[in-house]
Design a protein around this ligand. Structure first.
Ligand code: B12
Length: 251
């Protein structure tokens, strides 16, 4: 097994048991060895968190175990973020992102933020447990083209609708496009609440954001970061997607 493979295996195992110090150390070693940050994320850290969710579901893990695993993952994301976010001169659009009221899951949203930033979007992150009135205030203040709602609980997904209604009541709905996502969210659910788009993962979120910008009449081909970093990111995202499709075919 190569050192890179050992690192990925170690990251998977240490994240699973929430050993943040080891996860940070291995992530740093992977970076120093020139490993692809997206491979570290999608090839080790996220699969581990998925396993954490499975163990929780079958009653082998409880909230504290989930929490330490999430913290370990976040430590690694702190190191990977600067490698994935390579800002260009002119942002291609502004996105207000948030996790809805009652929900504190933010890893999925943060991943979307990193990828969107990497593609040249300016991100205003409102954090977690964001109330509909705070969404309205942020849209008034920051005047984004896009707004993204994240929800990881079936009990908090209805806040998509509450947020949309609050934006409509404030007369802001027509000036923006709203995208939604999160583990339990589906395209059908997004359609049923009247969102403009849904994406199941961060790379599709980037594609969706660009489509929505184009739909609104913005020319996004000129702005953003067309440096080597961004095209390397795009190639890596494509590779990860292909890997994931293959993974599903094997199931
Ligand atoms: C880590 C975790 C936690 C951590 C969260 C820490 C944090 N800072 O985020 C803690 C311990 C706090 C937690 C708490 C709880 N959790 Co929890 N948690 C998880 C876990 C294991 C991982 C979630 C995660 O981060 N996944 C990784 C990311 C990358 O997931 P992802 O879906 O692939 O993300 C992509 C897309 O969703 C999309 N996306 C996400 N957001 C957006 C937004 C937009 C706009 C777009 C376009 C796309 C998009 O892009 C992302 C990146 O590729 C999941 C298990 C699972 N399978 O999801 C349970 C899970 C979500 N939790 C669950 C539960 C029940 C809870 C608790 C209620 C437990 C309890 N009894 O207290 C509490 C609720 C707390 C609250 N009020 O929010 C359930 C939810 C069941 C349900 N369907 O409602 C799950 C599914 C576990 C399970 N199998 O039962 N949890």
């Amino acid at each position: 097994m190569s050192r890179e493979e050992e690192i990925k295996k170690g990251l998977y195992e240490h994240t699973l048991v929430g050993e943040a110090a080891e996860v940070i150390e291995l992530t740093q070693e992977g970076i120093d060895l020139g490993m692809d940050p997206l491979d570290v994320l999608f090839g080790a850290l996220i699969p581990s968190l998925q396993e954490v969710g499975r163990l929780f579901e079958i009653g082998e893990y409880f909230v504290p175990e989930m929490l330490v695993a999430a913290r370990a993952m976040q430590g690694a994301m702190g190191l990977l973020r600067p490698l994935l976010v390579d800002k260009g001169a002119e942002p291609i659009g502004k996105v207000v992102m948030l996790t809805v009221k009652g929900d504190v899951h933010d890893i999925g949203k943060n991943l979307c933020n990193i990828m969107l930033e990497g593609e040249g979007f300016d991100i205003v992150d409102l954090g977690v447990n964001v109330k509909p009135e705070e969404v309205v205030e942020a849209v008034q203040e920051h005047q984004p083209q896009l707004v993204g709602f994240s929800a990881f609980l079936t009990t908090t997904m209805p806040f998509f609708k509450s947020n949309l209604t609050a934006l409509t009541d404030a007369g802001l709905r027509d000036s923006i496009r709203v995208m939604v996502g999160g583990a339990p969210v589906t395209q059908e659910y997004a359609d049923s609440v009247g969102a403009d788009g849904f994406a199941p993962d961060a790379s599709s979120a980037v594609r969706l954001a660009k489509e929505l910008m184009t739909e609104m009449g913005y020319d996004i081909s000129m702005g953003g970061d067309d440096s080597e970093g961004a095209s390397a990111l795009a190639t890596a995202v494509q590779a990860v997607e292909e890997m994931m499709v293959k993974g599903h075919e094997d199931e």
